[in-house]
Design a protein around this ligand. Structure first.
Ligand code: MN
Length: 282
């Protein structure tokens, strides 16, 4: 795992909208109690599921418009082969995210294992800031560790090797230098190989499959201990839940965001606490 990030845009700050209000207001509460910071991940937006893209666009124009900030913790897109991706969903989502940012809601994006090639060009078009994985942010005065979650699945050594290779800037440079058609073909092939591997694992021991595709508990504990925080928020495993765990002498929580395959999944955090909720489509 990479070392903890140094200070920077992602480190220790109030959600900017709340910070602006706190500075400008001077009196009264620093936070509007009705407002919250929202977290989503694993939308896997795909032309094959237009109703989910529509659900996300409604969420951006609705609830998200009143938020302190929006964090997208990876796998916004089912696949992303470069910022010249011509998909309509990519353009629509960028416009909606930019409108949200223009309205004063900061938007942060962390790469997932499907969309790790989202670059600064797309981030500019979407008005969002890319956060390193992992990042520590301050939520209403309390530090929280944010990750996509794939780094926590350390039992899957084959995947971790693939991850290390494809996150290498030289690999990415070479990949992005290929024509769009070649990159799309590579992505389709990688997806098929991944599906075949999952099938193979499923035909083996179900328990092994569940263990290998979930986070490694010892890695979660070591990560929480290393960062010294008691809240971890991540996605990736598609197993939405709020887990209580003890790390050393501290009571910690690990909140796992759900995927958007058949419904939405949103985590709302405000000064009073955190709530993980499903979002019905249609
Ligand atoms: Mn993922």
């Amino acid at each position: 795992m990479p070392p903890p990030p140094a200070t920077g845009a992602a480190a220790c700050r109030l959600p900017p909208a709340a910070w602006r209000r706190a500075r400008a207001g001077g009196r009264g509460p620093a936070y509007n109690p009705a407002m919250a910071t929202l977290f989503v991940s694993d939308l896997h937006l795909d032309p094959a599921r237009p109703e989910i893209t529509a659900l996300f666009l409604r969420f951006l124009r609705g609830e998200a418009a009143g938020a302190d900030a929006l964090y997208i913790l990876g796998d916004l897109f089912e696949a992303w082969v470069g910022d010249d991706d011509p998909s309509e969903a990519g353009a629509e989502v960028a416009a909606a995210l930019h409108a949200l940012a223009d309205a004063g809601v900061p938007v942060y994006f962390m790469h997932g294992n499907r969309d790790f090639l989202v670059g600064q060009d797309y981030a500019r078009r979407a008005g969002m800031r890319i956060l390193p994985d992992p990042s520590v942010v301050s939520l209403y005065g309390r530090p929280a560790l944010l990750m996509h979650g794939d780094l926590l699945c350390s039992d899957d050594t084959a995947y971790q090797a693939f991850r290390a290779q494809t996150r290498d800037p030289r690999w990415q440079q070479q990949f992005l230098a290929q024509p769009l058609q070649a990159r799309l073909a590579f992505a389709a092939q990688a997806r098929q190989a991944s599906m075949a591997r999952q099938q193979e694992m499923l035909q083996g021991d179900r328990g092994t499959f569940e263990t290998v595709t979930d986070v490694t508990p010892a890695t979660v504990e070591a990560t929480l201990a290393r960062f010294g925080v008691d809240l971890l928020v991540h996605g990736h495993t598609h197993r939405p839940a709020v887990h209580a765990l003890r790390v050393g002498t501290r009571d910690c929580r690990r909140i796992v965001l759900g995927d958007w395959y058949e419904q939405g999944s949103v985590l709302r955090v405000d000064a009073g606490g955190a709530q993980l909720q499903a979002l019905a489509p249609g």
